[in-house]
Ligand binder design. Structure first.
Ligand SMILES: NC(=O)c1ccc[n+]([C@@H]2O[C@H](COP(=O)([O-])OP(=O)(O)OC[C@H]3O[C@@H](n4cnc5c(N)ncnc54)[C@H](OP(=O)(O)O)[C@@H]3O)[C@@H](O)[C@H]2O)c1
Length: 248
């Protein structure tokens, strides 16, 4: 079995952790333990953004930022499986292998402005904290299009879903006011996703992996003793796919 542990639980850098059975799914038979460990967080994030919220359909245009990152590498493969046309951003060194993952259009964000190349998109998976990138990403949407942000600002709908008290709901209303207003002006929608553990969705992901439709992308596996180095590497923001810590 494998799992993303539920929110507010910590302790995955350990031999054992208790997990809610509803969060578990059968580990894909064709993956090693290290490969399986790389999947739940990014797989569920991509699934919830593209399938659960985005309802991605064949022929739709999807822009996935940072296609060479953990979420991006998974989301590209998933969006292609659902028949979408996928545009993404990365830097020069990663362009070829990101194309091999299935991306139809790869933009080198260091030399090109994606806003000049993309228009009329149905969906944007937004993972960049720069508000200018958020505004540009809203402008490439078609009327009725949706931007799903993985990096905030959090919305009152999110606050409601996770049962935050009224005063924190108010804070999220203030925080997301600008992004929502800009989206509304463009006849688009701004949504915030904070992924959650969900065994049933992870089971569907396992099936896609066993059918060789989605492959894990692992940059490095660090031994447990080098956990600090692994965290520093992740924080560099330059990783290609996922970084895994091998406990045993
Ligand atoms: N809300 C949620 O539930 C949720 C879930 C998962 C992740 N997240 C968030 O989503 C973000 C992405 O996560 P991740 O794990 O995929 O990140 P990651 O793996 O650390 O991303 C690293 C990749 O980002 C690329 N990159 C860096 N700056 C870029 C830019 N300006 N434009 C395009 N690509 C760029 C890098 O490519 P180059 O080396 O070529 O620059 C690198 O390959 C993070 O902020 C994370 O915290 C949120």
């Amino acid at each position: 079995m494998y799992s993303r542990v539920g929110n507010y639980r910590i302790g995955t850098f350990a031999e054992y952790i208790s997990v809610n059975e509803a969060d578990l799914a059968l580990k894909p038979k064709n993956l090693t333990m290290e490969e399986a460990g790389s999947i739940p967080l990014v797989g569920l994030t991509a699934w919830q953004a593209l399938v659960e919220i985005g309802n991605v359909k064949k022929g739709q245009k999807v822009f996935i930022q940072a296609g060479s990152g953990g979420v991006g590498t998974f989301a590209i493969q998933l969006a292609k499986h659902f028949g979408a046309y996928v545009a993404t951003t990365t830097s020069d060194a990663n362009i070829d292998w990101v194309k091999k993952l299935g991306a139809d259009l790869v933009i080198d964000y260091k030399v090109e402005d994606f806003e000049t190349k993309l228009s009329n998109y149905d969906l944007v998976i937004h993972s960049n904290r720069d508000t200018k990138i958020l505004e540009k990403s809203l402008r490439i949407l078609k009327p009725g299009g949706q931007l799903i942000s993985l990096v905030g600002p959090p919305t009152p709908e999110f606050a409601e879903n996770i049962g935050l008290p009224w005063y924190l709901k108010l804070v999220t209303k203030l925080l997301s006011f600008g992004a929502k207003k800009k989206a509304k002006k463009l006849d688009a929608r701004f949504l915030f996703l904070f992924m959650r553990a969900e065994g049933s969705q992870l089971g569907k992901i396992s099936q896609l992996i066993e059918a060789d439709i989605i492959k894990p992308v692992i940059d490095k596996v660090f031994p447990f003793e080098q956990t600090n180095a692994a965290m520093a590497y992740v924080e560099s923001g330059r990783t290609k796919g996922k970084v895994v810590i091998k406990v045993k």
